[in-house]
Design a protein around this ligand. Structure first.
Ligand code: FAD
Ligand code: MLT
Ligand code: ZN
Length: 506
């Protein structure tokens, strides 16, 4: 029988878990340039006079040069990539960003824009000695229009802080992700982050109303409008959404915030096989309609290893697959009726084997915490290869068993989870240690299979440093050519986030 949530709420601060996991190992990752055999491009080296110039704009405190202080800005969240930057700059205003970029462009100094450094494709850290420009001090909320829901803020605002703020005004942020406690809205926009409720609230190309960005030569591009409709020429904001810091630095964002739902409910269900996950999704769409706000899936290993590695509670017992179904609506009675009809039907049909439903915020949080912690749990012990692909739903899970078979005992775990409503599966492969032999078994095999299935090699995390050489599996030569033309136009000296997104031409 379906039971109400009855496990003890065991709230674990996500941030603490992540930080504990990240710094559990004191071994520094290998330099990306060596690990991936990258040749340094022809940029200038940072000189003492450059540091003095930055200090004259920012003051000494906002120019970091101490090795220990700079180190965390050189290492990415999964501790796979490590850059060799010697300077981190922390601007507080758009004017400062503009002056820094104008100077770097003139001097041919390469830069790496950085937000919360939670990116998963190595785009947020330097490869060689690019100067890190971290936006963390640009964290002011500028305006909130409670009628339209338009929030205007600086790019360094942490997503969770923005969500807490707008909730106080009966609104929510249109995106939510496990890294919300650290990622910044500028980073979210620059990666076109998807997350847990894209199914309901759409992607950032729809939610971002306007933005301000600084081009490589220091020109400030002001597209900071809060209008829903504005067809005055080219929609330039879209160039910056998802361009991963290669076309400009986003400094301000105007974003549409949906209304805080009056009623929210979460179900966590045990499912017999992947086919039944798909059937349940179809049924949820038709029974829950407009109140469906998230439909996530995880296989058995994704959940059991998260429970084990991070000592988190699983509210139900062991099942081959799990589905997490959330509703956001405006009428508790109406929504409750819809949800219970759906549940009764699907328990009877056998699609749901067991589960728990709750609208208690603390219990919902505990279930979400289990789902959102899968990423952090994979960092415990060994090395993890992470893939983030989208595939037409009927073939969504095909690659997981394929990879299991291909890797055999070379992998300690291969598992899949993700945003099935968006056709986006995350495939994690844990190995005792990174070796070239394992890499050659996985890449480009995985991208070839995704391409055969007419999928995308990156559904939401982006191309960053790790995938430019595979972008052709998802982008035609003509489209790649136009991307190069845009890069050349907007950043002719290539100083913005080099070695990222665009593949080398040779
Ligand atoms: P960073 O990691 O600092 O940077 C990411 C990229 O954006 C880099 O290329 C960087 O150069 C560029 N950049 C950052 N700020 C700016 C700026 N102001 N201007 C120009 N360029 C900039 N992603 C999803 O899409 N969906 C998820 O569900 C999701 N869940 C996650 C869960 C966890 C636990 C973790 C660790 C990550 C997750 N991610 C997810 C990936 C990551 O959090 C997102 O990509 C996020 O949007 C990155 O934001 P950030 O501020 O940390 O950016
Ligand atoms: C998620 O959905 O949990 C994230 O995108 C992070 C991950 O890939 O693990
Ligand atoms: Zn995701």
């Amino acid at each position: 029988m379906l039971k109400r949530c009855k496990f003890i709420v065991h709230y674990v601060s996500k941030f603490n878990v992540f930080e504990q996991v990240r710094y559990a190992s004191q071994i520094l990752p290998q330099f990306s340039a060596e690990k991936y055999n990258v040749k340094r491009k022809n940029f200038s080296n940072v000189q003492a006079a450059d540091v003095s110039y930055f200090q004259s704009i920012l003051g000494n405190d906002r120019v970091l040069t101490d090795r220990d202080e700079v180190l965390p800005f050189n290492i990415d969240w999964i501790r796979n990539c490590r850059g060799q930057s010697q300077v981190v700059l922390k601007p507080k205003t758009t004017q400062e960003v503009s002056e820094i970029l104008a100077y770097c462009n003139k001097k041919r100094l390469a830069v790496c824009p950085q937000g919360g450094n939670t990116g998963l494709v190595g785009g947020s850290v330097p490869v060689y000695d690019e100067i890190v420009i971290n936006l963390m001090l640009m964290d002011k909320i500028i305006t909130l229009d409670e009628i339209s829901g338009a929030l205007v803020c600086e790019a360094g605002c942490v997503l969770e802080n923005l969500d807490n703020y707008v909730r106080g005004h009966n609104l929510i942020m249109p995106l939510d992700l496990g890294a919300k406690g650290s990622c910044q809205i500028g980073g979210n926009v620059s990666t076109n982050a998807g997350g847990l409720r894209l199914l309901r609230y759409g992607n950032l190309h729809g939610s971002v109303l306007g933005l301000e960005a600084v081009k490589a030569d220091g020109t400030v591009i002001d597209c900071l409008r809060s209008l829903k409709k504005d067809n005055t020429g080219y929609h330039l904001k879209h160039l910056f959404i998802g361009s991963e810091g290669t076309l400009g630095i986003v400094t301000k964002v105007a974003i549409h915030c949906p209304v805080l739902p009056k009623a929210a409910t979460l179900g966590f269900f045990g499912i017999k096989n992947f086919e039944n996950i798909l059937e349940l999704y179809k049924s949820a769409k038709s029974s829950l309609g407009e109140i469906l706000s998230a439909f996530e899936m995880a296989d058995n290993l994704a959940i059991t290893q998260t429970v084990k590695n991070l000592n988190l509670p699983n509210p139900i017992s062991d099942y081959p697959f799990y589905a997490l179904v959330e509703t956001h609506g405006s009428n508790e009675v109406h929504d409750g009726e819809k949800l219970s009809n759906f549940l009764n039907k699907e328990m009877e049909s056998g699609l749901i084997m067991d589960g728990t439903v709750t609208s208690d915020p603390a219990k919902m949080q505990t279930i979400w915490n289990l789902r959102e912690s899968i990423a952090a749990s994979s960092l415990v012990g060994g090395y993890v290869f992470k893939y983030d692909v989208s595939i037409p739903q009927k073939h969504y899970y095909d690659i997981v068993p394929m990879l299991k078979q291909r890797l055999g005992d070379k992998a300690s775990a291969v598992f899949g989870y993700g945003h099935i409503g968006d056709g986006n599966i995350h495939i994690n492969i844990s190995v005792p240690q990174y070796t070239k032999e394992v890499v050659s078994l996985i890449e480009p095999f995985i991208f070839e299979e995704v391409s055969k299935l007419k999928g995308s090699i990156s559904a939401e995390h982006g191309i960053g440093f790790r995938k430019p050489q595979f972008i052709h599996y998802s982008k035609e030569p003509s489209a790649l050519g136009l991307m190069r033309d845009l890069k050349q136009l907007m950043d002719p000296n290539g100083i913005l986030n080099p070695y990222k997104v665009l593949p080398e031409t040779n």
